[in-house]
Write a protein that binds this ligand. Sequence first.
Ligand SMILES: [Zn+2]
Length: 92
Amino acid sequence: MRLDKARKSSNLDVNGALYAICSTGRGRCWHCDRKLPSVEEAIDGGWYVERVNGQHVASIILVCPKCRQKQAARDAKRFLRTLSPTVSNAVQ
Ligand SMILES: [Zn+2]
């Protein structure tokens, strides 16, 4: 489930990863291709890194604040839909 995944990825050092990616100067949002700003702006702005477990290797992707919000909204909707049909109607 989505929640378990979120809990696991909290082991990831988000700020550390942001620093590492910023230092390469080539960070971009995985979803919309927005360029990663300076580390300070990224951390203040709510940039996020996610670990994605691929078939062979686990990789880290960048998510900008906008895409993160979109993702959160989508996840919340999906979660509410599983709770009850009444709530789901209210959300839509
Ligand atoms: Zn984005």
